[in-house]
Design a protein around this ligand. Structure first.
Ligand code: ATP
Ligand code: MG
Length: 301
């Protein structure tokens, strides 16, 4: 099953979140049976990120959007957890600071865009400017409506300079959200996460749904697609996001850069003695072996 196809919002289509089951788990029956798949994905993710970093030609931007308690933090922890911290970065976007609010809404976003070889996750993103701003009437309708085109143009520009973009909406049900809030109340280690705002925002569930449906429909493009991830089950949410990232990176056909030195020359220059020792052959025999390898390499070229 190709998860990139399965969960992608088809460009030009109109998303109806009510028609997407947040408890869907595709071919996986449960957490245990998915464990092997998750482990394999983690290894693949790590190897692909290493390759992206080594290649140094492109980057990946992952935008995460969701309602409270849908699991943005857990997803970041899981997906980035398997990668080398060198070459990865997370940036969270909160209510704009005074300075940020003095600029165009994309000003603060652009500054955090990934540089070549980097994987960056946005924990919330420029999409807040067509979501929370719309739900709470922070800007007039014509302002947020005009932003869809601005966002598409902005993302297109990033893509043109070598950034690949994946956007994930973590889809949970209101019942699951309430269950998770309750769990936080019952767990002292999670009390710090609780805010009154989380509960009051629940009152705007339908408005958020409408805002998300429009945002996903208007801005899922070939170059920067949205994926709706069923997220009632944390294990499936992690698996699906990891798998889409792996499928995307694998399709890039990345290559290690050609070495800047002659590898055989380096062997001969600096490692002759120890390699001869390793092979239990004399220095002369070793030199013969190197010469034969050189000849073969030249023939292969
Ligand atoms: P968590 O609650 O899991 O720690 P969070 O992302 O919800 O993570 P909070 O500090 O609770 O972090 O919330 C950030 C708030 O900032 C959200 O309510 C979000 O809607 C708001 N926000 C982000 N960007 C904008 C924006 N451009 N305009 C207005 N509000 C914004
Ligand atoms: Mg919050």
């Amino acid at each position: 099953m190709n998860y990139r196809k399965l969960f992608r919002v088809k460009p030009g289509s109109h998303v109806r979140l009510g028609k997407i089951d947040p408890s869907f788990t595709a071919e996986h029956k449960g957490k245990k049976s998915a464990l092997a798949a998750v482990e394999k994905l983690d290894g693949e993710l790590r190897a692909l990120q290493y390759l992206l970093y080594a290649e140094g030609r492109r980057s990946l931007l992952i935008c995460l959007q969701a309602l409270d308690a849908a699991g943005k933090d857990g997803t970041i922890n899981h997906v980035l957890g398997s990668m080398n911290p060198q070459g990865t970065r997370v940036h969270g976007f909160k209510v704009p600071s005074h300075e940020e609010a003095q600029h165009d809404f994309l000003w603060r976003i652009e500054q955090q865009a990934p540089k070549k070889s980097e994987i960056v996750i946005f924990n919330r993103s420029h999409y807040e400017d067509v979501l929370v701003t719309r739900v709470h009437n922070l800007v007039p309708k014509k302002t947020w409506e005009a932003r869809y085109t601005m966002i598409n143009d902005f993302e297109q520009r990033l893509v043109a300079s070598g950034t690949h973009i994946l956007k994930f909406f973590l889809h949970i049900s209101p019942e699951e959200q309430l269950r998770r809030f309750k769990q936080r109340l019952d767990d002292p280690a999670r009390h710090w996460k609780i805010s009154d705002g989380d509960y009051t925002e629940r009152g705007f569930w339908d408005d958020y749904t409408a805002a998300y449906e429009d945002a996903l429909s208007q801005t899922s493009t070939e170059h920067a697609p949205w994926f709706v991830i069923p997220a009632n089950n944390k294990w499936f949410r992690n698996l699906a996001v990891a798998r889409i990232v792996v499928e995307t990176l694998a399709a890039l056909d990345m290559q290690f850069p050609a070495p800047s030195v002659d590898i055989n020359e380096m062997r001969r220059k600096y490692h002759s003695a120890e390699l001869a020792e390793e092979k239990k052959i004399g220095k002369k025999a070793w030199q013969k072996l190197i010469a034969a390898t050189d000849k073969k390499n030249k023939g292969d070229q």
